[in-house]
Design a protein around this ligand. Sequence first.
Ligand code: ADP
Length: 589
Amino acid sequence: MKVLRNSLYALNLVRGACPSYIPWTLLAALTGVTAPLTGVLGIKLLIDALIARDTRSTGLILLAFALLTAATALFRSWYNTVYEPAARTRIGASLSASLLERIGLLDLSAIENSAFYNRCSRAVSEANTRPQGVVQTLCGLVGNLLSLATLTAILLSLDPFVLLLTSGGAALMFVLNLKRSRLGFKQYLERTVLERQVTYIQRVYYEPQYARELRLFAMNPFLVGRYRNAACSLRQTLQRQGLHMWVFSGLEKLLNDCLFVVITLSYLVTRFFAGAISIGGFSALFNGIFQFGDQLYSLLARVPQLYEHSLYLETVQDVLQANPDIEVTEGLTLEASRAHSIEFCHVTFAYPGCEPVFRDLSLTIAAGEQVALLGHNGAGKSTLVRLLLRFYDPQEGRILIDGVDIRRYDIRALRRCFAVVMQDFQHYAFSLAENIALGRPAVLAQDIETAVRQARLDDRVGQLPRGLETAITREFSDSGIQLSGGEYQKLALARAYAQESSILLFDEPSSALDPEAEHTLFASLRRTAGRKTVLFICHKMSLAVHADRVILFERGRIAEQGTPLALLRSGGLYSRLYQLQAKDYLASF
Ligand code: ADP
């Protein structure tokens, strides 16, 4: 029942993406019905005509034979080489696009869940074969049924017992095939993790972001060692699985190729010597038995194929129906043109399956206030930013913007209010302009140019013959450029500046900037005072003096907070860390 439902789902998917695929594939499958006609009936008629020395009938049979074979061959080769590959890709691309779109909407926690991640990667990687596979299998089933009907009629007219013999053999084959197919799927799941480990190390070798470290740390022996271990585990698993599989397929081959052929031939020879069948009948029965067996076997083998496709389609539906846990309850909008207050009320948050990062955290930031978040690595600063952006929701407590729970805002409107520079920002193999706009419709060409100037990237862009149209990385273009670490950080800043925003969230925004660019950044932050709420994370204590307030985190708790001056005077942790860095600075003179 489930197989049927999933197959119907696949048919609808295919019909939506490429309406002509089902009729053409059905026609291709029906051309298979010509084989029983030509191979069994045609041969019998030909032999009978030859024995009767009837040249006219012989000629007509040969002509019909040639026409049918030529038409079938021409159509099938067009279908296989011209039509099917393009249509298959069209269907695969349409399904992949839907899957990618859905995955892009899901929460980070879903993507960080390895079981779900595996399902997503499987759904996308097999989108090019599985739904089409359902159509091929179903059309093949129709072709098989028609061929079987034709063969049954022919065999019944010649020798009904033969039909019983062949059906028994094929049913046995089917049971073995079903078991083999179940085992194949179980083995496939078992191998997936190992295969991913192997391809991960391969990726480390050919993806450019790893190239420098790989050489700097002479990681070759380590990585190749890891690769060999992973590949060795994969090989051992494949060997073990192969042996297991061999038992089934070996038994299948033994039964089919040896026992069945011997029994059938002995029966036919006995019938011929008993005078029950003519030489034409012998030939027709001989071909018919094997064709009937093949067709029945192929029909039965398609059932487990459908079962396999059906399991895949469940994965597709799982992914397409997955909903973000982070729900928008009311969809209130939030203006990006004025500053907003932020409040964390008794927030408790743990990443899935981990110890809580925050326990009962409360914190208020006034509209237009500029706050520096400080603390050791792992203290929870970036997590605070992620909660504000609703990458995750807290398990307890509430986060308010302008006194309203952020869960009540439309999530896109909420995120649009923030200009964010994340610590782990990425760049893409697109043009500079595209890397700044990132597909946001509100970002216009002139916004990009202004943002580039604000981020002090304009000098570098000015040197490029194609300016903002220059591609980043050489992945797809020989004229592509590679920027320095600091320039990439400027690019991330330009992204943040390119769109109107009311809250700036900067996670170590100047860690790779030169002193001049750092100075410009903090001067521009000062200019926004009162107009924008600013939260910036930094490790240089001297930069925190630019803020109205410093909040120092320790293991998810607020250890100290106050104006930079008050904290310096208090002689607490901030002051100690400040002195420590200042001492290092002065010690060099
Ligand atoms: P900070 O920004 O202060 O360096 P983070 O907020 O990044 O610290 O991390 C706080 C804690 O949460 C750390 O113990 C870190 O290991 C953990 N953590 C961060 N991101 C994740 C994640 N995606 N899944 C699980 N734990 C995480």
